[in-house]
Design a protein around this ligand. Structure first.
Ligand code: PAP
Length: 344
């Protein structure tokens, strides 16, 4: 059910969190934002002050996870739109016929709610309690920002990451489309510098990825770590892993019927980006943030950074990646074939 259709309850019990948010904004370190003017650094991560900080505080103070919840998490522009459609189509494959599937008429971001940033729509997050189990959520929050009670509940996370060079380019394009009109467009050298310094909404990128990576090594049955590049290269292998992780593995019969391929086709970039709802529809995240669905679909390719970054820019990002991930066992970009991240 779309978050916007859920009943809105009273916001009185959230007033303390809202008050805390207004106080915190005045005291936290400030950085330059990509869409608005400022981001603030809260518990090591940069958050915009118009929605994300409030969303994170609401989750920290009020979100009660259930063991059956599955949270799709990612840094911005790593594949949330794609994974969200795949998870929704997989989880609901007994309910909907593919030819009349809700995804054909509903933008992927309306399939299940974003926990942070956008969910509260100006009042509360209590309406999440009304969702039946198993609940699916999406989030851009770093794992460390979730209260300990969330992992302790036994819920699961699906995490997707992507080559940071493609993330930078994708995010730069996206944020300029949403950038507030009073501000001049963000140039690529500016975005690049901020990204390398880690000053990027929900970032630093590398800390975000490492938090989930390390936790996925400790709790492999609770955190599934995916890579955009692996998904592009072997989508059916990874969709089957995803279904199994979600506790709904494809049966032999479903595989023989070609259901895996049909879901992949439904959720493909080519299919979703050409649907009327994704060409002309809008997504109302909050009063300040209304996004045209088409902005979530740009190229959907690996390596578009080559069209934008100089050799020097590429080398610096690769160097930072190498330094940050050293000793973690994680490499970004496609995994070597037959040795895909942690799944064998
Ligand atoms: P979000 O953080 O705003 O939710 P997210 O969906 O994670 O964005 O990432 C958007 C990227 O995924 C875009 O990449 P690009 O800018 O390099 O093109 C978008 O095109 C790509 N994308 C969206 N849908 C799909 C899909 N079905 N398959 C593959 N890539 C997709």
């Amino acid at each position: 059910m779309a978050a916007s259709l859920l009943p809105h309850l009273s916001n009185t019990e959230f007033e303390e969190t809202y008050r805390k948010c207004s106080e915190l904004i005045k005291t936290l370190p400030k950085g330059k934002a990509w869409r608005t003017e400022h981001v603030v650094q809260y518990q090591g991560f940069w958050l915009n002050t118009t929605s994300a900080l409030k969303g994170v505080l609401l989750v920290q103070d009020h979100f009660k996870a259930r063991a059956t919840d599955i949270i799709l998490s990612a840094f911005m522009k790593c594949g949330t739109t794609w994974l969200r459609s795949l998870m929704f189509a997989t989880a609901n494959r007994y309910r909907f016929d593919l030819s009349t599937h809700p995804l054909l008429k509903t933008g992927p971001h309306d399939c299940f709610p974003m926990l942070d940033s956008y969910i509260y729509q100006g009042d509360s997050i209590t309406h999440l309690e009304l969702l039946p189990s198993p609940r699916l959520f999406a989030s851009h929050m770093a794992l460390d920002l979730f209260p300990k009670s969330v992992l302790a509940s036994g819920c699961k996370f699906v995490y997707i990451c992507r080559d940071p060079k493609d993330v930078l380019i994708s995010k730069w394009h996206f944020m300029n489309k949403l950038r507030v009109k009073e501000l001049a467009p963000l140039t690529l050298p500016e975005a690049y510098e901020l990204f390398c310094q880690g000053v990027s909404e929900f970032g630093p990128f590398w800390d975000h990825v490492l938090g989930y990576w390390k936790a996925s090594l400790e709790l492999p049955d609770k955190i599934l770590f995916l890579k955009y590049e692996d998904m592009k290269r072997e989508p059916s292998v990874h969709l089957k892993r995803l279904a199994e992780f979600m506790g709904q593995p494809f049966s032999m019969e479903e595989e023989k019927k070609g259901l895996v391929e049909e879901i992949l086709k439904l959720c493909s970039f080519e299919n979703l980006s050409n649907l009327e709802v994704n060409k002309a529809g809008i997504q109302h995240f909050s009063d300040q943030l209304v996004i045209e669905n088409r902005h979530f679909f740009r190229k959907g390719q690996i390596g578009d950074w080559e069209n934008h970054l100089t050799e020097e820019m590429k080398n610096r990002i690769d160097r930072i990646t190498e330094q940050k991930l050293k000793g973690s066992g994680l490499t970004l970009g496609a995994s070597p074939l037959h040795n895909c991240s942690s799944w064998e």
